[in-house]
Design a protein around this ligand. Structure first.
Ligand code: NAD
Ligand code: MG
Length: 407
């Protein structure tokens, strides 16, 4: 089922909220040790009797994974790095949780029957597990935007084929999902993705050139993983989100606009042809969109601070600056170009952000590396997943070479 159908047709039948004697909603969390994963666990822990945890996965953090599995009584825990299998088994020795390891085990965990799978892995590494979740026809809470950026139509086709339901967890897309009239989309004029502007919204080019990883990850409003925090600082995050929105909603690329809104209270908006603008608001706390997806189509309480507009006083808006934030232009061009371009954009960005976090390149070199990679690739059409993996691999190799030359 596509997100459009999802608004009308609520199959697979949700068994939530759990009525007396009804089955609990079985949840799997891919990337449970990350920011999205921990927030999801937090909500599950606050609603005893509503959820049971099928599987939790992480890449390397054995201690946190084992602690989470213990806290929620997970049936299985999977660590992506196979060398950590023994350590995970040891950490779970006195529990009922089954330990597994390796990339195939991650995919199997995503395919294990569950009513809801949180796709909370960071980067294109989450694609195969997310596809496996789609194939089993479950409800997917999609935080892992890179999956849609590099394989949007393939993932949506798998969602359709498997009879799955895709619910956007990214706050902007979750906002749009809540106010988009999927049945009468011809009445939509445009969607407006709001952006905080990140930590360097008002910084000069000189400040940005000298920015450290510590400064770049210090997001003014949101507490998130390192990669998305750097993406917010370059505004590549908003670029990736434009591509994400293009796949999730029935709009053309030109109908997707970006507006800087430093308070992150209006999470995004849909403008209709009659002049009506519908928005979803809330304090910047991911537990709101996560709670929306976890309980969908019901609502559950989230501990996010309540919105107090009188205390806030005012909300402000400004256009994004294309000169200091070239990533927005790169992403829009990649979206327009299609084919291999978004895959290259994403892969090069993942490598460049890694290089910046490792202090191998400066902050401004992130977007420069992405631009060079896009320029130096012979772009082509994408017909299947093999193409996606091949283009992704080649773009990572090229970006690594560019980083080595720059360093
Ligand atoms: P994070 O870095 O905090 O956590 C990432 C998780 O993925 C961890 O559990 C990690 O173990 C796992 N992981 C990392 N590399 C992996 C690999 N190669 N294979 C398998 N698992 C791997 O990231 P995050 O901030 O929670 O973000 C997760 C996703 O959600 C990203 O795509 C991000 O863009 C998106 N998102 C996050 C937020 C947020 O508030 N954090 C908001 C909107 C969207
Ligand atoms: Mg977002």
């Amino acid at each position: 089922m596509t997100p459009m159908d999802a608004a009308v047709d609520v199959s697979p039948e949700p068994n939530f909220p759990a009525a007396e004697g009804a089955a609990l909603r079985r949840v799997t969390i891919l990337g449970s040790t990350g920011s999205i994963g921990c927030n999801t666990i937090d909500l599950i822990a606050r609603h005893p009797g509503a959820f049971e945890v099928e599987a939790l996965t992480a890449q390397r953090r054995v201690d946190r994974l084992a602690e989470q599995a213990r806290a929620v009584g997970a049936k299985q825990a999977v660590i992506g790095d196979p060398t950590l299998h023994g350590a995970l088994e040891e950490a779970l020795a006195d529990t009922e949780t089954v330990a597994a390891a390796g990339p195939e085990a991650l995919v199997e965990a995503a395919a294990a029957p569950a009513d809801f799978v949180m796709a909370g892995i960071v980067g294109a590494a989450g694609l195969r597990p997310t596809l496996a979740a789609a194939a089993q026809g479950t409800i997917i809470g999609l935080a892992n935007k890179e999956c849609l950026v590099c394989a949007g139509s393939l993932l949506l086709a798998e969602v359709e084929r498997g009879g799955a339901t895709l619910l956007p967890v990214d706050s902007e897309h979750n906002a749009i999902y809540q106010v988009f009239d999927f049945e009468r989309s011809e009445g939509v004029e445009k969607i407006v993705l709001t952006a905080s502007g990140g930590p360097f919204r008002e910084a000069t080019m000189e400040t940005m050139a000298a920015a450290t990883p510590e400064q770049a990850v210090a997001h003014p409003n949101w507490d998130m993983g390192a990669k998305i925090s750097v993406d917010s600082a370059t505004m590549m995050n908003k670029g990736l989100e434009m591509i994400e929105a293009f796949h999730l909603f029935p709009v053309d690329a030109e109908q997707i606009e970006v507006l800087v809104h430093p308070q992150s209270v209006i999470h995004s908006m849909v403008a209709y042809v009659d002049g009506s603008v519908l928005a979803q608001l809330g304090t910047p706390d991911m537990r709101t969109p996560i709670a929306y997806s976890l309980a969908w189509p019901a609502r559950i309480a989230a501990p996010s601070p309540k919105l107090d507009l009188a205390a806030l006083g005012r909300l402000t808006f400004e256009p994004p600056d294309p000169v200091r934030f070239p990533a927005l232009r790169l992403a829009r061009d990649a979206l327009t170009q299609g084919g291999s371009a978004p895959i290259v954009l994403n892969a090069a960005n993942e490598v460049a952000v890694g290089g910046f976090l490792d202090r191998r390149i400066g902050f401004l070199a992130i977007a420069e590396t992405v631009e060079r990679c896009l320029e130096q690739t012979n772009h082509r059409a994408v017909t299947g997943l093999d193409d996606v993996y091949e283009i992704d691999r080649a773009a990572r190799d090229l970006a690594e070479r560019l980083l080595a030359d720059a360093g």
